[in-house]
Design a protein around this ligand. Sequence first.
Ligand code: GTP
Ligand code: MG
Length: 338
Amino acid sequence: MINANIVLLGKTGTGKSTIVNALLGRDQALEGKGKSCTQENKTYSLAQQYNFSGGSSDWLEMKILDTVGLEIDAKITKKTLNDIKRYIEKASAESETDINIVWFCINQECSRFESFELDLINEMSIEYEIPFVVLLTQCRGENDELEREINATIPSIRTFNVVAKPIRIRNGFVIEPFGLDEALAFSIEEYDKYKVKLLNQKLLLLEQKDKFASDIRNDGEGIIQKYSRKARKAARFSVLGLPVILTYCKKMIFEINSLVGIVDKKRMTDEMISSIAAGIVLSLPMVVPIFGKMMAESYIESIGESYLEIVIKAYKESISIDDMKRRIISEIDRRNKK
Ligand SMILES: Nc1nc2c(ncn2[C@@H]2O[C@H](COP(=O)(O)OP(=O)(O)OP(=O)(O)O)[C@@H](O)[C@H]2O)c(=O)[nH]1
Ligand SMILES: [Mg+2]
């Protein structure tokens, strides 16, 4: 027997519920007209004989998770993603499940896919080690440009053109359903190979990250030393004091951020500096407007060192820049709450 979990994910209206119905062979999931339709994540079950392309056959037990369309509402998207993460974690813990795969739906008529979709695919597939395939849905014709874009951004990902139910076009012509069987056959028969490819990709990424992390550490130390020297100089003029030191801190954080590709948005540095400073200032024995040289130096250095450590950790653990920013901010929050 084969146990398979298929998660349908993608923006609203791309045709996730329609695909569920096509797989089930009956209209069970509600399909939308125009606006967001599926309101909560729901699992459907299907059991049937599966015929391998080689000729043999086996019993297939499928669970299909139909999800709320992404991006309608940030809160719902967050809940959808958390549910899916939990679902996947649980599914991969159950050793009898052979196949865990996400079918990421993109309307084939879209001219491009959005960066949040790309980040999501990268993040989730690498972090949770769950393979993704892309279904280009509601296919009325060729859209080479979209396929090329997808392959250029995520080279290893498989894409399938699909029509889940007949599409009526001009002059009474009808495009009959196609593509789902291929996507299913791939998901079942090529799963192991595809998953190994994903794991290798993750390994490579982690190795590369380790290498880059030591460069980041060296460059980061250089930046911290530079600002520590400046602070030492500035502290000679005691009237300048804290504001000058804080400006240096901001610049230092800005430069450390740029080492990992966070090119800022001033707001983010401000937000970071105030939460880091809050944590560190409170831990210093005295906060006085007049900085001694040593004091100024150690202030800059302790901020720099702890920030660099946070950034490197976030860099190693994250897949995308947004993910990294989130990790940095939440780590700072965590430390400040201690
Ligand atoms: N003819 C035809 N219509 C489709 C196909 N896929 C989706 N549609 C139509 O597109 C609309 C949206 O499809 P849904 O399946 O509800 O999309 P969804 O991704 O589940 O949307 P949400 O639940 O809002 O996230 C419906 O009117 C579907 O009938 C298809 O393959 N053929
Ligand atoms: Mg739906």
